[in-house]
Design a protein around this ligand. Structure first.
Ligand code: AMP
Length: 442
């Protein structure tokens, strides 16, 4: 395996690498660095946790050499604020002994502060697409000098609907440039995007798409209902030594609040909620406190999952299954970073078992089941919850077999009775509709 010296990394950067403690390149770095240095376009398929950020940053630093001019020569587009902050911090650390300048900008706070950061001159701009446009339209940034465009987490960019904004960008940046596109997963839309943005790219793939970090030990518990999930969660968190730094993933903001309320009362240690409807500062403070070890437990929805780079996470607990199966991979990728062993525990109710099986297909492995410990109280499932689960199971069966009638099909109508008769519609039917339309907000 090559060393960083053999990859011709500049001296000032080598010094920083040594200080940070990166001893040797990760596989993606070993592969990507020489190709990026050669000036070719790159399509990199690698999850977070593989070292992909440094894989594109290190050759970029080599190209830039030193601070020069006022306008950025490198633009790194990222989908979320968290990732923008994270990439900015990585640049900061790696350029400790170099004079390369950068700014990391993102939406949610006033753009003038970001304009002030850019004004004195920068070499690298890290930006979310929306914020980039704010700044561009205000004349606060010029992209005329751009030589390298990086699109990080392209799959998430697509999911978040940033394509139109990124396409517009192509019209205002120099045609002659190097393009690097990184994505955690590879699918048709990412492929299309790569055709649009890359010229004869070299493809680098570190693991088959959607393969979870190999060091994560995974397991799941079959849990009959919401209350038992909370009881089991409380029980697990009592072991503070083992569960030393935990992220609990929840699908909806509402569940984030419920989980928070319960563990605030019962478990020791400080915890804060990190989810999308909290203010920007609260989110950043929570992430920082978690990174510093001041917070043992962080509760997050999938929205915040990607950019979060915190090492030494002992456990990822999936309080419920994510809406999209790839998100399972991203969730568990939070643990086992940079060679730490981590554990991912998933709590699965009867209606979620179907999704668990689908996830197993995506990750091409079986997740072992654990028995609920005897100390955990298992209350009976309340009727409405039970009905909701049964309806969901019916829906899944219908998806698999459209002729399936189901236990919860509508009552047979008498001849002449209208299907949409609104009168006295039982409450649970309106609930079903809501449930089917969209299972919660994120
Ligand atoms: P990334 O895939 O860019 O999100 O990086 C995942 C983690 O790996 C981060 O915590 C990096 O600091 C760390 N990392 C990146 N490169 C190396 C390396 N060569 N040796 C050890 N850790 C690394």
């Amino acid at each position: 395996m090559a060393t960083f010296e053999e990859l011709k990394i500049n001296k000032s950067i080598l010094k920083a690498l040594e200080e940070i403690g990166f001893e040797k390149p990760t596989p993606i770095q070993e592969q990507a660095i020489p190709i990026i240095r050669s000036g070719l376009d790159v399509l990199g398929i690698a999850q977070t946790g593989t070292g992909k950020t440094a894989a594109y940053l290190l050759p970029i630093f080599a190209k830039l050499v030193k601070a020069e001019g006022e306008d950025p020569r490198v633009l790194i587009l990222v989908p979320t604020r968290e990732l923008s902050i994270q990439v900015g911090e990585d640049i900061e650390e790696l350029t400790t002994y170099s004079n390369i300048r950068h700014a990391a900008v993102y939406g949610g706070i006033g753009w003038t502060k970001h304009a002030d950061m850019i004004k004195p001159g920068i070499d690298i701009l890290v930006a979310t697409p929306g914020r980039l446009w704010d700044l561009y339209k205000a004349g606060a940034v010029s992209l005329k000098k751009l030589k390298t465009l990086v699109i990080d987490e392209a799959d998430r960019m697509l999911d978040m609907g940033f394509m139109p904004q990124i396409r517009q960008l192509l019209e205002i940046i120099p045609v002659k440039r190097q393009n690097l596109l990184f994505s955690a997963t590879f699918n048709e839309s990412v492929e299309e995007m790569s055709h649009e943005f890359l010229d004869f790219p070299e493809r680098i793939e570190i693991a088959p798409s959607a393969t979870p970090a190999q060091l994560v030990q995974q397991c799941y518990y079959k849990v009959p209902n919401f209350k038992t999930k909370l009881n089991l969660l409380q029980y697990l968190l009592l072991d503070e030594e083992t569960f030393s730094r935990v992220i609990i993933f929840v699908r909806t903001k509402e569940n984030a609040e419920s989980v928070y309320k319960i563990i605030k009362r019962k478990a020791e240690g400080q915890k804060r909620i990190l989810h999308s409807n909290k203010g920007q500062n609260t989110r950043i403070n929570a992430i920082n406190a978690f990174k510093d070890g001041d917070i043992r437990i962080l509760i997050s929805t999938d929205v915040s999952a990607r950019g979060l780079d915190v090492s030494m996470i002992s456990h990822v607990i999936n309080f419920d299954l994510p809406q999209r199966y790839e998100d399972y991979v991203h969730r568990i990728g939070r643990t086992a970073r940079a060679n730490n062993i981590g554990e991912a525990i998933t709590l699965v109710n009867p209606a979620e078992e179907y999704h668990l099986r689908k996830i197993e297909k995506v990750i091409r492995m079986e997740i072992p089941m654990k028995e609920i410990p005897a100390e955990v109280e298992i209350p009976p499932t309340p009727k409405p919850e039970n009905q909701e689960q049964l309806r969901e199971i019916d829906r899944q069966k219908k998806l698999e077999d459209p002729t399936f009638q189901g236990a919860f099909h509508e009552k047979k109508r008498r001849p002449g009775e209208s299907r949409n008769k609104p009168t006295n519609a039982p409450k649970h039917l309106s609930k079903t509709k809501k449930f089917r339309k969209g299972r919660g907000s994120r």
